[in-house]
Write a protein that binds this ligand. Structure first.
Ligand SMILES: C/C(=C\C(=O)SCCNC(=O)CCNC(=O)[C@H](O)C(C)(C)COP(=O)(O)OP(=O)(O)OC[C@H]1O[C@@H](n2cnc3c(N)ncnc32)[C@H](O)[C@@H]1OP(=O)(O)O)C(=O)O
Length: 290
């Protein structure tokens, strides 16, 4: 009996020993440029910053047409073309120090086909555990990647417009009031975030690919950038208590250059969202426990 490639594929655990890399951590401090002291060697890693500090550089020969590693080895050989970072959950058991050595174990935990409003989806969940230098479990995480078809994103008859460059007058995060920040995105910000996270996905920096091949109206803002910006609002607003758990979800794409408002949208549990003018549904939400 022949089975399809996804059901023939077997998940496996990848275990690596890594340094909590100070360079991308310094890059994110510089990228936000928001007046918080730069995070450096020996400092505790702020929540979610392991997304940069433990980023992986895949070999060039392993990349597929969208810039990400070709599917079928660590990730299943899903046939749907468009990959999106869609959300997840992170439990913080112990702090990690910048510059320390950690052990990371990652494996695909589930692959589920689902009908979505925009057509069929495949949700791939990756489970990761990070152990600190003494072997203590520090971070437990589930990350959801969604694969979808090439349903049109642009209304018929419209064409995408390139985005303006960085505004020399300011940093990307500006305060509009208590728990209210505005996030300005531009191609240089997206390129710097792709570099800091070693993320080769072309939808974030290759405008002809993002618009003509994947059919988006512009460059797509990284899900992790939106979520990290929400986590940065917590730090900027002085929420310095210990965070035990974060849940995050990317519900709608945010396109480069579009106005984005970072707001506290619920008090209990504390929930922050990325909102755009004219839509009640946030692009991204982050819920914090502890
Ligand atoms: C990094 C990186 C890539 C990126 O950064 S891509 C940019 C950031 N991500 C986004 O912009 C994603 C924005 N979200 C969406 O466009 C939509 O939410 C999405 C993911 C296309 C799904 O929308 P649909 O309207 O088609 O689907 P539904 O909301 O109706 O849901 C259908 C079922 O799927 C389940 N589901 C949806 N999202 C998730 C999720 N995050 N985790 C788990 N399951 C999810 C949903 O629960 C429904 O299932 P039921 O069983 O409840 O029916 C890079 O590539 O590295």
């Amino acid at each position: 009996m022949s089975r399809d490639p996804v059901s023939r594929w077997e998940p496996h655990t990848v275990t690596t020993t890594e340094t909590v890399d100070p360079a991308p951590v310094a890059a994110l401090s510089a990228l936000f440029d928001d007046g918080t002291p730069p995070v450096g060697p020996g400092d505790p890693l702020p929540p979610l910053w392991h997304w940069l500090a433990l980023a992986r550089w895949p070999r060039s020969s392993t990349l597929g047409p969208d810039g990400h590693p070709a599917r079928g080895t660590f990730l299943p050989p899903v046939g749907l073309p468009r990959r999106m970072f869609a959300g997840g959950e992170v439990a913080f058991h112990a702090p990690l120090a910048v510059g320390s050595t950690v052990r990371r174990e990652s494996a695909v935990a589930s692959v589920a086909e689902k009908p979505g409003r925009s057509g069929p989806l495949v949700v791939v969940s990756v489970a990761t555990k990070v152990y600190d230098e003494s072997g203590r479990l520090a971070i437990e995480e589930r990350q959801d990647l969604v694969y979808r078809g090439r349903e049109p994103v642009l209304p018929p008859g419209t064409s995408p417009e390139p985005t303006a460059g960085p505004d020399p007058s300011g940093a990307p995060l500006t305060r509009a009031g208590a728990w209210s920040w505005d996030l300005a995105t531009d191609p240089a910000l997206l390129m710097r975030f792709s570099a800091a996270t070693s993320n080769p996905h072309r939808i974030h920096y290759d405008w002809p690919y993002a618009t003509r091949v994947e059919g988006y109206p512009g460059l797509v803002v990284h899900g992790p950038l939106m979520t990290l910006a929400l986590a940065e609002v917590l730090r900027l607003e002085g929420h310095d208590g210990r965070v035990e758990r974060m849940r995050h979800r990317n519900r709608r794409p945010l396109f480069c250059g579009r106005a984005a408002r970072l707001r506290r949208i619920e008090d209990s549990p504390l929930t922050l969202g990325v909102l755009t003018p004219g839509s009640p549904e946030p692009c991204a939400v982050l819920t914090v426990e502890g």
